[in-house]
Design a protein around this ligand. Structure first.
Ligand SMILES: *Cc1c(COP(=O)(O)O)cnc(C)c1O
Length: 493
C-alpha cells in the first residue's frame, strides 16, 4: 500500500462529503499561520525521533509495532468526521462498523451469541468483565493466575471485590489443582483464565478451568488481550498441530462467559482499541442507565448502553473494519500474520537450545521467547543471570552500528530454579531477556537477531569474570546510551 497515495485520499473523504452541506465562512479565530505551524511541526518531528524503532526487526522487545497501513488510512478518514461510538447518533456509520467487527471477533472465538463492544484498552475491557462478574455473583471474589496481568488485582481493588492469585505451574500456566482448592471454599464467583500472559505468553488450560468453574458454579472470563487472535490458528486441529499449539484451550473459549481481546496488540490497530465480549446478551441489564442526552435514533441496545465508558473513538472501529476487509479473521487472513511469529518463536527456541551462550527460560507457548545469557559454570547464580541480562539489554541498545532492542522480564526465584535447578538462588528473582516476535519481518531477520544476541550474551558473561579489564568493559556497558564517546571526542585536539 502506497501511503503517499492513500493518506491524502483518506483526508478527502470527509471533505467531499461535507461539500453537500453548502459553503460557510471559516471563523478567523481558527486561522492558522502556515509559517508558525511549519516551525512547530519541525520541533514536533524532532521530538518524535526520541523513540525506539518498533517497526524494525532489530526491535524484538515489547509487544508493539506500527499499525497496518489500512488501519492508518481508516483511522484518518474517520477521524475527520470525529464520530463518537458512545451512542448510535454519535456516529451511525462507525457504530455499524463496530457491531460488524465485534461480531467477527465473537465468531473468531466461536461464541454462539454475544453482546460486546470495543474499548479503549484491554484493561478497561477486563474491568468491564469483572464488573459484570461482581454484579452476577455479588459477595464472591475473582480468581486469576499469579502470572495474570497486574491490572486484574488492581481492578478487583477498584471494584471492591476480593481478588485471589492462584499459583502457576512450571510453564507459567494456572495450576488447576490450586484453583480447585480455592473454588472449594465457595469464595470465588469468577475465574479469569489468561490466553497468552503478558510476560512469557503462557496459555492457561481454559478447558480445565472451565470444567472446574462450572462444577463450582463460577463464571469464567478469558483474558486473551494478548493471545486472543491466536484462536484463528489454535481452534483448528490441523493448524494448531502444525504450529505446536494445543487446540483445547482455544476451543474452550467459546463456552466461557466473557473474553477480552486487544486489537491494538495482534489486530494491527493503533492504541486505543481493546474489546470485551459477553456470551449472554442479557448481561446488558447491568449497564442499564438513563441518559437525558442520547438514545433517540436506535431501537436496539446502544453500544453506549452496554459500556462503562462514555465517549469512544468511532475512528477505532473504522480502522479495524477497514483492516479486516484486507485481513479477515480467518486462518488464511490475519492468521497468516500470526503464524509467522509462532514459527519464528519455535525456530529461535531451537537455535537457543543449540547455543552455548544462551539458555531458554521456558518453551514458548505463543510468539514470545524468554532466555538468558548462560552463566559461567562457577557462577551460575540468579544475580549473575540478572546482571548479564541487563548488560545485554543495554549493550544492544547502545550499539550505534548494529543495535538490537530487547526487553526484560522479572521471574521469581522459585519459578526460575524449578526450571533451571543448576541456578543458585542467591536473590529472590532475576530478570531474563524477553522478545515478543510480533512482526512478520522477525522471521527473515532471525539469523541476524540470534547471532547478535548470542554475541552480546558472550560478552556480558565474559565481562562478569571479575578481572579489571572485564570490569572496565562492564562499566562501559553502564554508560549508555548518551555517554558513548563520539568520533570527534576521540580524535586528538
Ligand atoms: C496487554 C494486556 C492487558 C492490558 O491491556 P491494555 O490494552 O494494555 O490495557 C491485560 N491482559 C493481558 C494478558 C495483556 O497482555
Amino acid at each position: 500500500m502506497d501511503l503517499r497515495y492513500w493518506l491524502p485520499r483518506a483526508a478527502e473523504v470527509a471533505e467531499r462529503w461535507g461539500e453537500r452541506f453548502g459553503p460557510y465562512t471559516p471563523h478567523p479565530v481558527n486561522a492558522v499561520d502556515e509559517a508558525q505551524f511549519a516551525a512547530a511541526f519541525e520541533r514536533f518531528a524532532k521530538r518524535l525521533e526520541h523513540n525506539y524503532p518498533f517497526f524494525h526487526p532489530r526491535y524484538a522487545g515489547q509487544m508493539v509495532k506500527p499499525p497496518h497501513p489500512a488501519a492508518l488510512v481508516g483511522y484518518l478518514a474517520a477521524m475527520r468526521f470525529n464520530p463518537n461510538n458512545h451512542a448510535y447518533e454519535g456516529g451511525p456509520a462507525t457504530s455499524d462498523m463496530e457491531r460488524e467487527c465485534v461480531a467477527a471477533l465473537a465468531a473468531m472465538f466461536g461464541l454462539p451469541a454475544h453482546v460486546g463492544h470495543l474499548t479503549s484498552s484491554g484493561t478497561i475491557a477486563n474491568l468491564e468483565a469483572l464488573y459484570v462478574a461482581r454484579q452476577s455473583h455479588p459477595g464472591r471474589g475473582v480468581a486469576y493466575s499469579a502470572q495474570a496481568h497486574y491490572t486484574h488485582a488492581r481492578m478487583c481493588h477498584v471494584l471492591g471485590v476480593q481478588g485471589h492469585a492462584v499459583a502457576a505451574d512450571a510453564a507459567g500456566r494456572m495450576d488447576v489443582g490450586a484453583l480447585e482448592e480455592l473454588l472449594r471454599t465457595g469464595r470465588v464467583g469468577t475465574v479469569v483464565a489468561t490466553c497468552g500472559t503478558t510476560g512469557p505468553g503462557a496459555v492457561d488450560p481454559v478447558h480445565e478451568v472451565l470444567a472446574l468453574a462450572r462444577r463450582y458454579g463460577a463464571r469464567v472470563h478469558v483474558d486473551a488481550a494478548y493471545g486472543g487472535f491466536f484462536a484463528l490458528l489454535g481452534r483448528d486441529g490441523a493448524q494448531a498441530a502444525a504450529l505446536g499449539l494445543d487446540p483445547a484451550p482455544w476451543q474452550a473459549i467459546g463456552a466461557c462467559d466473557s473474553v477480552t481481546v486487544d486489537p491494538h496488540k495482534h489486530g494491527l490497530q493503533p492504541y486505543g482499541c481493546g474489546a470485551v465480549l459477553f456470551a449472554d446478551p442479557a448481561i446488558g441489564r447491568h449497564f442499564a442507565h438513563d441518559s437525558p442526552y442520547t438514545y433517540f435514533t436506535d431501537a436496539e441496545l446502544h453500544l453506549g448502553e452496554i459500556s462503562l465508558e462514555c465517549s469512544r473513538a468511532g475512528a477505532s472501529a473504522a480502522a479495524l473494519w477497514l483492516t479486516l476487509q484486507l485481513l479477515p479473521l480467518t486462518a488464511d487472513g490475519l492468521g497468516r500474520v500470526l503464524a509467522t511469529g509462532r514459527r519464528t518463536a519455535l525456530r529461535w527456541a531451537e537455535l537457543i537450545d543449540d547455543c552455548e551462550e544462551l539458555t531458554l527460560n521456558q518453551a514458548p507457548q505463543l510468539d514470545i521467547v524468554t532466555y538468558f545469557p548462560t552463566p559461567r559454570a562457577g557462577a551460575a547464580t540468579l544475580s549473575a543471570v540478572d546482571a548479564a541480562a541487563d548488560r545485554v539489554l543495554r549493550a544492544g541498545m547502545a550499539d550505534g552500528e548494529d543495535p538490537v532492542y530487547l526487553s526484560l522480564l522479572r521471574v521469581d526465584a522459585a519459578d526460575l530454579t524449578r526450571r533451571h535447578p543448576r541456578l543458585a538462588a542467591d536473590a529472590d528473582g532475576a530478570r531474563v531477556l524477553r522478545s515478543v516476535l510480533i512482526k512478520p519481518e522477525a522471521e527473515q531477520w532471525l539469523p541476524r537477531l540470534h547471532a547478535r544476541v548470542a554475541a552480546l550474551a558472550a560478552e556480558a558473561v565474559a565481562s562478569d569474570a571479575g578481572s579489571d579489564a572485564c570490569a572496565d568493559r562492564a562499566a562501559a556497558f553502564e554508560n549508555v546510551p548518551d555517554a558513548l564517546p563520539s568520533v570527534a571526542e576521540e580524535s586528538p585536539r
